[in-house]
Design a protein around this ligand. Sequence first.
Ligand SMILES: Cc1ncc(COP(=O)(O)O)c(C=O)c1O
Length: 402
Amino acid sequence: MNGWRYQAPARSPLSARAVIAGVRGVARNGRGSARSEGRVVELLTARYGPRDVLLTDSGTTALTAALIGVLKDRPGAVALPAYGCYDLATAADGANAPVLLYDLDPRTLAPDLTQLHEALRQGASAVVVVHLYGHPVDLSGVKGLAAERGALVIEDAAQAAGATLDDRSVGTQCSLAVLSFGRGKGLTGGSGGALLAYDDAGARVVEAVRGLLGAPRRGWPELLTIAAQLIFERPRLYALPAALPFLHLGETVYRAPRPLRRPSRVSAPVVGATWHLAEREAETRRHNAERLLSALRWQPGFETISTPPRARPGYLRLPVLASPAVRRSAMEPAARRLGVMPGYPQPLCDLERFRQRCWNRDAAFPGSRVLAARLCTLPTHGRLRLRDLERLELWIRIASGS
Ligand SMILES: Cc1ncc(COP(=O)(O)O)c(C=O)c1O
């Protein structure tokens, strides 16, 4: 029976009610859409406490808009981590922003402050910091360095649903924060994103870019996607979509920038309908991650990532540094069926077209290269049953050779 099980590497909490909310959203007129967007703004305001919120059609749009808005007032480059989701590159391309990359510490996924300091010295006027896989980064050091140079810090919390630091939601530490409600995120609307502003500088950026967003799409593709996701995320069925190469499931592909838009009509109703499911799912992910973390302890082929004190990761997936042998084993079909995935395959400085806009593209980014070579993620989501966790634990022991 277990031979039929195929786990997705990550999942967004969905329900039949959410799909119905999406269907109603597609059918709604502008006024109905404004009501469900207003509700999502209220929910976001209650959780994050921003001064202003801009809903968008994706996290990439939110980040692109943030970069455009910041660079308008503060010409210069944008500092990005050299390792991360390729949508960071898409956003910089979309904003036509010069880029200075900075390295990450592979053991904490936090910025290398020496390189960040250098990027600021070379002219970065905006710094984007990413909470990779929902691992909270304590931004006090980054904020101190940025303040010395008058640069603005943007927190990219696209992967950080459910994560907290000092009992506050991740995505509340800086002038601006970006959220994503895309496919596979901890909170989904099929697509969508938000830009949150916390101070005068952030609010000025939101005001400056609000008018740049084009008319929303109805969201038929998103609606189909969430309906398919609800059905096919089941471990008995997931082998089907996973075998379809054109879906690119779990793959990291660069996407060219697209026009900036307001959220589709599906996005806000689905986010509203899954808000509480997402809270429960985050607790489940943490519980599963903790169990896997104890299985990983003392296993020679794995190194776990350390978290800052007082942080509760959201564990969209559980990142680990794997030995070369374990990383090879993570690429095999048996591991894929358990939901194990290698991380992003290349640092951003190696992305062919994007690297042209990186002023320091030839600098060494040793931490990011370690991450590209060694990072793997284990699944943590709520579709894992006890037997899946036990099979993951067995895989950990076998891959580690113990
Ligand atoms: C760190 C990060 N930033 C931004 C994005 C873009 O979000 P979206 O897929 O909603 O465009 C993603 C998406 O995976 C991401 O992981």
